[in-house]
Design a protein around this ligand. Structure first.
Ligand code: OMP
Length: 269
């Protein structure tokens, strides 16, 4: 199924815009799991089991796995395999390089790991992004306005007519002949979210920055969803994963995921 169709259908069937981020830091998982052969995987399985009914997608930030070397990459693969097939999987690696190298990144994330979607950094331009766009069934979320303070440094530079992030949004629109492009726009920038939505009304958005980064859910949903109140995934990682450091961490994660799902739905059009 084509990526955008899959995205809209999962949002509908799960009645959720929530993306649960599996940015699992071994230092922050409950003590008793540390005796497991793969503590991170054991924790992820519990979080997935507790939150999948509230989620449309899971996003795995590869850095948290790569930082653990060979074992980490295995954990990444096993975690992806543990996600139920009714949810989308996003490998968040923010890749992008000369075409010859991007082709290998695409193979690694889409074919070998089997992710449904990835994140890509557009700084190197069209030939660095094209290799990721070849399969219409796989989604590519391209950084546009990031949620962090440093998004001020380059993304707002203007040529006198429009800021760089507008150029990115409109250029990605032109690359979107297979309808598998999306944009990353941070919930911490609700004004820009509204602007970008007005420029590309039909483009899927990945919106991180709710939860631990403090983005306002109501503004993010009102400004980031499309006219039908869909077409966007809102990621929350730490606020769900580490909802409690006590023995009730699993039910606490489920409760935050459920509340976040409900709050996101409350503000949909
Ligand atoms: P929490 O702040 O713990 O919810 O995690 C946010 C997740 O979204 C991390 O995996 C970030 O790498 C990712 N992210 C951002 O926080 N800001 C962005 O602008 C883009 C991303 C992303 O591409 O997912």
């Amino acid at each position: 199924m084509a990526f955008k169709e899959k995205l809209l259908s999962v949002i509908e069937s799960q009645n959720s815009l929530l993306c649960v981020g599996l940015d699992t830091d071994i230092e922050r998982i409950p003590e008793h799991l540390k005796s497991e052969s793969d503590p991170v995987l054991a924790f992820n399985r519990e979080i997935i089991e507790a939150t999948a009914e509230y989620a449309a997608a899971f996003k795995i930030n590869t850095a948290f796995y790569e930082a653990r070397g060979v074992q980490g990459w295995q954990t990444l693969q096993d975690t992806l395999d543990a996600i139920p097939p009714y949810c989308l999987t996003i490998a968040d690696a923010k890749r992008g390089d000369i075409g010859n190298t991007s082709r290998m990144y695409a193979k690694s994330l889409f074919e070998v790991l089997g992710a449904d979607a990835i994140t890509v950094n557009p700084y190197m331009g069209h030939d660095s992004v094209r290799p990721f766009l070849e399969d219409p069934d796989k989604g590519v979320f391209i950084l546009c306005v990031t949620s962090n303070p440093g998004s001020q440094d380059f993304q707002r530079i203007s040529d006198g007519q429009s800021p760089l992030y507008k150029k990115i949004a409109l250029t990605v629109q032109q690359w979107n002949d297979k309808s598998n492009c999306g944009l990353v726009v941070g919930a911490t920038h609700p004004q820009e979210l509204a602007e970008v939505r007005s420029w590309v009304p039909d483009m899927p958005f990945l919106i991180p920055g709710i939860g631990a980064q403090g983005g306002d859910i109501e503004l993010a949903v009102r400004n980031g969803t499309d006219v039908q109140g869909t077409n966007a995934l809102f990621n929350s990682s730490r606020a769900i994963l580490y909802a409690s450091s006590g023995p009730e961490y699993k039910s606490a994660a489920a409760s935050v995921a459920s509340k976040t799902r409900n709050e996101l739905n409350r503000y949909r059009k």
